[in-house]
Design a binder for this molecule. Structure first.
Ligand code: UD1
Length: 341
């Protein structure tokens, strides 16, 4: 199968591209390299021994997207490209709506013109907002609390409407919980620009000596140790979820939504301890105020993905931390050679 992957140079995109190549699929990557590096794809080629057809294309350039599809022969699309920093989305909402929503409209328009109607979309558990009804099931109402989350919600609505209007579409909306870890080679991994917003990359940068200590956002939540609980999922398990969704869509039409999580929650302190064990050194931390908008607890009911896709996450927190650390230790500044802070 020939799969077009938008945002394929990014964190989850590069791991999924690798898995697609290793399963024998051909991959075209579209990426504007705004928050990613083509070095990730060079390394994907190195690990897989295969070639990626990379195009530096921005989804806002509708003609360029059309031109790629006009070449023909794309069977399915996996759509990762988008902006994903919650805080930035509050400051620059129009950039988020334009990039994420308009970018998706352009993509889907091009797909329609080219007769490609199989799409896996990178959604997020963020669509559930700060819901306290855990585990979260796919039927839980969408209630995003920030512009980033609302772009995911709006795109889900747009794609659902499209699937209802034209039943020949096959669409999977994958709601990721908290992706962490890296490929076991340590050659590809998460490479955030600037100060990481998310817990694992921050902890990893403390472990490698780029930052002094982890600030733990709140220790007065109604959880066993008072810190926030999340469903961390290994990025390779997540990548496998995309392949399972593509297999499903090859024999079904309609719009489907699945949580991709482990179904297990871990607290911030549990993550810091697990990472300390993986890195062989105690990660220093300090408690500070809660981060506005954070839920106390979020974890998936991932039983629908198991029942319908035959997929479940296999790797636990220790393996997530070991793999994340291997990547961070070998690449202390990510894909660049120079410090970026
Ligand atoms: C965040 C986003 C979410 C997005 C997801 C993946 C917010 C409010 N939510 O989710 O929309 O889909 O990332 O990109 O930003 N924590 C610390 N110290 C830190 C960083 C995090 O204590 O330096 C805590 C948080 O309070 C939370 C947990 O660690 O309890 C995980 O945080 P994070 O990795 O940012 O993920 P989410 O908040 O779940």
């Amino acid at each position: 199968m020939k799969v077009l992957v938008t945002g394929g140079a990014g964190y989850i995109g590069s791991h999924t591209t690798l898995c697609l190549l290793q399963e024998g699929h051909d991959v075209i990557v579209l990426d504007n390299l705004m928050n990613s590096s083509s070095e990730s794809l060079r390394r994907v080629e190195e690990i897989s021994g295969r070639t990626v057809d990379f195009r530096e294309v921005d989804l806002l350039d509708a003609d360029a997207v059309d031109a790629v599809f006009a070449e023909g022969a794309v069977d399915a699309v996996v759509h990762f490209a988008g902006l994903k920093a919650v805080g930035e989305s509050v400051e620059r909402p129009l950039a988020y709506y334009r990039n994420n929503v308009v970018g998706t409209l352009n993509l889907v328009d091009s797909m329609e013109k080219a007769g490609v109607r199989r799409l896996v979309f990178s959604s997020s558990a963020t669509v559930y907002g700060a819901s306290e009804h855990v585990p979260l099931i796919e039927k839980s109402p969408m209630d995003a609390t920030n512009p980033y989350g609302r772009t995911k919600e709006q795109i889900e609505d747009i794609l659902t409407d499209l699937g209802a209007a034209d039943p020949s579409w096959s669409i999977a909306l994958l709601r990721y919980f908290n992706p962490v870890g890296a490929h076991e080679s340590g050659r590809i991994g998460e490479d955030p620009r600037g100060v990481p917003n998310n817990l694992l990359p921050f902890v990893a940068q403390v472990a490698v000596g780029r930052r002094d200590k982890v600030m733990v956002f709140g220790n007065d939540y109604p959880t066993p140790d008072g810190t926030g609980v999340r469903d961390y999922i290994h990025v390779m398990d997540l990548a496998a979820g995309h392949l399972a969704a593509l297999r499903f869509l090859a024999r079904a039409t309609g719009t489907f939504r699945w949580n991709l999580g482990t179904g297990r929650g871990s607290s911030v302190l549990e993550v810091i301890e697990a990472f300390s064990t993986a890195a062989g050194r105690q990660i220093p931390y300090e408690f500070t105020e809660r981060r506005p908008g954070d839920a106390a607890v979020s974890y998936a009911d991932a039983s629908a993905a198991l029942a319908e896709l035959g997929w479940s996450a296999r790797r636990g927190l220790a393996e997530m931390c070991t793999d994340h650390w291997r990547w961070q230790q070998a690449n202390p500044y990510g894909y660049q050679h120079e410090p970026s802070f």
